[in-house]
Design a protein around this ligand. Structure first.
Ligand SMILES: Cc1cc2nc3c(=O)[nH]c(=O)nc-3n(C[C@H](O)[C@H](O)[C@H](O)COP(=O)(O)OP(=O)(O)OC[C@H]3O[C@@H](n4cnc5c(N)ncnc54)[C@H](O)[C@@H]3O)c2cc1C
Length: 312
């Protein structure tokens, strides 16, 4: 992020290219990346940085993609036509899964979300076949394996295959014959997911837990809740902002609208819950104050950054 005079005025890419912001910079990155790496700490209130140390990621994700010779042979009739199937033997098993993961254990019977892509969209694979995937969650920091494969979180080839087999075994229990239909599979471990998209930190798909303590005005840190950041002209557009994880891009939409929203239309709920301590001086500007000055700065910003603007 390029910040000039306390205001976000553009970005500089990894290859060194400078991009000038006409109106605002919308950051579609997880909050710890934005505040911990992309914006110099000198532009951020110390309280925000303190709060970020308590930021909690959501669970890691483990995913398998399959090419199947036929649709999944579910025992449960209702699962056949569903685009997505939630796979668990019942509430007791879900409770067991949740308890294991909360204790830092890799679950032995992974609760899986299964996507039946060809069922949902016939164009996904040849007629009569199925393109499918499943993902499950594992702890961010693995303390042990509730199963028998000694998965440690190294996610080498052995661990990746063992966990994929475990996911397949879970589906096989509820869809006998499933394994015989596998033509090919691709395994995506938590680090592999992060390698594909830096926002998926160790496979966390929500850009931070969406548990109640990190929702609404507590997202991504207490006292925020809106896309505005302490840096005028900079908006948090990722799922790290309220409303969090959404394929429908709720957070991005909020961030896109925010630079031009009149201050009078902002809900007090979404305003800052705290002002930064007065002792922090100019660096510790109140988020509401910052957001009120974001509209109509486009021309000024364009002039303010030249091609040699430095990221500070
Ligand atoms: C397997 C899986 C299943 C999911 N299932 C669901 C579901 O069923 N329902 C649901 O609501 N949500 C689901 N999600 C979550 C949903 O996809 C995310 O909540 C949503 O995509 C988040 O949007 P975003 O804009 O914050 O980030 P993203 O969609 O991740 O977009 C961020 C973009 O910025 C790029 N980027 C990140 N950091 C940098 C950087 N430093 N420099 C340059 N580029 C960068 C990334 O490569 C990416 O292109 C799922 C996610 C995964 C991975």
């Amino acid at each position: 992020m390029v910040v000039r005079g306390g205001r976000a005025v553009g970005v500089r890419t990894a290859s060194g290219e400078g991009v000038v912001a006409r109106k605002a910079v919308l950051a579609d990155v997880a909050a710890p990346d934005l505040y911990g790496r992309l914006v110099d700490a000198a532009h951020l209130p110390s309280r925000l940085l303190d709060d970020l140390r308590r930021f909690q990621w959501d669970f890691a994700t483990f995913k398998v993609d399959w090419a199947l010779s036929r649709p999944i042979p579910w025992s449960a009739e209702g699962a056949h036509g569903a685009g997505t199937v939630h796979v668990a033997e019942g509430v007791d098993e879900l409770t067991r899964f949740a308890a294991q993961i909360a204790r830092g254990l890799v679950p032995d019977r992974p609760f899986a979300l299964v996507g039946q892509m060809t069922t949902a969209d016939a164009a996904r694979s040849p007629a009569g076949t199925e393109s499918a995937w499943a993902y499950t969650h594992v702890p961010q920091r693995i303390k042990g394996d509730a199963g028998e494969d000694a998965v440690t979180g190294a996610w080498d080839e052995r661990e990746a295959a063992a966990m994929a087999d475990r996911v397949e075994a879970q589906i096989e229990r509820l869809a006998p014959g499933f394994r015989e239909q596998i033509i090919a599979r691709r395994v995506l471990t938590p680090p592999a997911l992060e390698g594909m998209n830096a926002n998926l930190r160790n496979g966390a798909i929500n850009s931070g837990t969406t548990s109640i303590h990190q929702q609404l005005v507590f997202r991504p840190v207490p006292g925020t809740g809106r896309p505005e950041t302490p840096v005028p002209g900079l908006y948090l557009a990722s799922a790290s902002a309220h409303p969090g994880r959404r394929s429908t891009r709720g957070a991005g939409r909020h961030a896109a609208a925010a630079p031009c929203a009149p201050a009078s239309e902002r809900s007090p709920l979404h305003g800052p819950a705290r002002a930064a301590p007065a002792t922090e001086g100019a660096r510790s500007r109140d988020i509401r104050e910052a957001s009120g000055r974001t509209c109509g700065v486009g021309t000024h910003v364009s002039r303010a950054v030249g091609p040699k603007a430095a990221a500070v």
